[in-house]
Design a protein around this ligand. Sequence first.
Ligand code: PLP
Length: 381
Amino acid sequence: HIYLDNAATTPMAPAVIDAMTAQMQADFGNASSTHWFGRQAHTVLDLARTTLAASINAKPEQIVITSGATEANNTAIMQTAHARASLGKHIITTAIEHLSVLKPLAALEQEGFRVTYLPVNDAGEISLADFDAALDDDTILVTMMMGNNEVGSVMPIQAVGERLRKHQAWFHTDATQAYGLLAIDVAALGVDLLSVSAHKLNGPKGVGFLYRGDAVTIAPLLRGGEQETKRRAGTENIPAIAGFAAAVDLVTPAEKAARQAKYFGFKQQIIDALTAANVEFAVNGTVKPGNLNHVFNLWLPGCSTYAVQTNLDLAGFAVSGGSACTAGSLEPSHVLTAMYGADSPRVSESIRVSFGATTTSADIAAFASALIKIVTKLRKH
Ligand code: PLP
């Protein structure tokens, strides 16, 4: 079986498993305990936090370790709205955010907050003119993903950050998909809050972090003990945190750039194979070097997502119909709907192929030839 669903999750790297195993065997102490075992665990935690902070040019005390990006997004959005409701009730986001952003925003709308969902074009990109028109004196938060998990489009984070420097609104970005591929410097970007998850970059599931700039004063989402300097209660998952740091160590700036280039080549390889075989298809979004190149979304006219995905699965290739969180439901992708309209056949005839650190050009060649056979067969019926 060949795994091409790395936007859903990635396999853990051997170095990550080693780091986690070492923690599980040796440093099982509670990092809050004051005895030797606790201090050992705390040392691991401190080292990991330093690694996580350095990866985005932040200070260690600005990193709050969470159970993943869902918790980081919920914390950033719900707690900012509640902390700042007296300053305004307006929030700006995009139509193509992950559900862990859209659902908290829907809950806030129920509470009386006003949310502007910026539209996207057929490349999955927002326009800064729309953003400028939406921003007003009532805006207290902008939450905009760095890169999209279904089509790989990248948002103009730096330009929005510039615009917000003299505005009261705090700026949150969900960098879950972008973090393993793009160089991120929170100071240069002008973001106040940033979410990351370890399992998208060959780390373990169930751990991530929320970066909080010094100006951000929000209450914890999880209340209880005084862990994470009182910003997130709950006994720290030291093995997972050590694994997270080991995963981050693997994605050096040079490695990120190398992966971007490699994945861009994979897209071209698939396009060339389908074109050579005269298979009708279209890319959802665009193919350009600066996008998140690990995500490739293809429209295969006349072939249902379900049929292509199931046939690929039987042939030994794992791809997805969109975001994994909604894969179990028959709801059409809100991302493709925002890009092409609910009536477009693209919303029910597309697959997402996503590459990872272990994907090879031979995997891609085998995948492309399987896809050509499947699409040709389905179109005959
Ligand atoms: N945000 C984006 C863009 C994602 O792709 C995901 C993936 O699952 C998440 C948030 C949620 O992350 P987690 O699985 O760590 O909760």
